[in-house]
Design a protein around this ligand. Sequence first.
Ligand code: IMP
Length: 548
Amino acid sequence: MPSEFLDFSTALEHLATYPSPDGLSAKDLMNSQLHGGLTYNDILLLPGKIDFAAHDVITESRITRNVTLKTPFMSSPMDTVTEGEMAISMALLGGIGVIHHNQSPTAQAAMVRAVKRHENGFITDPVVLSPSHIVEDVLDVKERLGFSGIPITDTGSLGGKLLGIVTNRDVQFLSPSTPLHQVMTTDLVTAAEGITLKEANDILRVSKKGKLPIIDKSGCLTSLLARSDLLKNQTYPLASKLPESKQLYAAAAVGTRPADRERLRLLVDAGLDIVVLDSSQGNSLFQIEMVQWIKKTFPRLEVIAGNVVTREQAASLIVAGADGLRVGMGSGSICITQEVMAVGRPQATAVYTVAEFARKFGVPVVADGGIGNVGHIVKALALGASAVMMGGLLAGTTEAPGEYFYHEGKRVKAYRGMGSIEAMEQGKPVPPSAKVNGVGPGVGKHAKPAPSTPHENAATARYFSEASAVKVAQGVSGDVQDKGSVKAFLPYLHAGLQHSFQDIGVRSIQQLQQGVQEGHVRFELRTASAQVEGGVHNLNSYTKRLFA
Ligand code: IMP
């Protein structure tokens, strides 16, 4: 070995002679005096050391002051992304779906209720019918709520004497007018009140029944357990559930107008856990007052306020009492806010800046918009986000609202910005009682009376344009390619995160963020040509399959 080389056994010690570790710290990376605001594509993380398996990586994250989920995935409150089916699937898979509010308050509340009923430990408010109800009532419940195992009590409500149970099979092929006392099953397996969830589950497991009614000493119904929930517990180990009731977490969006307070009451009655205040510019008096009112009126409801992209905006909402902040302005795939309004911020810089500030007050941030692949999620988390919110990435899945259609030979679903003319024109009028002084909020000198049935347009309110004679679009309307079911897509995102963390050498989101703060997890800026190099290039043609 030539003598000018150092002894190889000293390589690790020799590292210490360099003034800093290889690459850039997050702070240096984000020093905007060097380059201006950054997007996710402008940066990369440097690899660390792998000394654990990818499946050991824990993706648990606190998304508001008091709610922790097993995966950091949220779906956007948009009318082409999150309704009941998406919200249920997101929660089963470990994330959470935020139900949009471009619909009537009762329709939105029904979706929240469906999420809360979907998976239960003890169902403490089961649907109950009486012997004099008819087959049509059972079919109606099945249609609205998706289940048909209904206990029958003498009063037709919880607390009445249990007489039987009606299942789908009991009512198949019967006349809709048949009374239930003629068809109900009376051979029941029941359990006594006071039984533990585990004991009750054991009885259900060995019985061939679909439901286990729980009764008190006098035979009156006090709650119910469902076999389908047992199966779901086995299939969805990551599910986002309240620790005590085992119900799925439900989240929904509202605006900040007076009518939204009534809407929120309905949502809370339906069991809402997290409310997202939906505004493209969250630092407004409307929102500050709304946060304060919510914290006073519903102290147990978690409030995610936003959207914000600066420290100053964040500070206002933190002072008001926000339990989480939604970060992003102009980064969404359908968004033209930066182009039209000339305001916004590149998303990597926005996430880093707000998260760095909010962390000091224990307020988690959600990186909203611009997530196009697993790498973007990793970068958002590394920059301090506790979760990512996705619109376009999920809009093409089976669980998103709307039907598939073909566009230029591809199977697609419609996806539109809530600030697109199409979403804003879906204006459904407000009942006169919901108006203040005959007009909607955002009242200004040009305010026009809000339209009159059955709900205000949430999209115009999000962009403060319900009072404007001319609607200025901040979003476009288009379509996105079929992505299959979120039941396959979310596990792909989850596995992708785990593999990425393994490359970085961190075992959890917490360890990633700590490593970034302490300067062990390092970054690199990507030039335009580095971005070309990092994509597929110089191939004649190729197929891009993301997972199998
Ligand atoms: P995506 O995941 O990149 O498609 O962005 C989704 C996010 O864009 C949503 O969660 C909203 O914050 C935001 N957004 C929704 N509609 C509009 C719009 O019309 N203009 C601008 N941003 C929008």
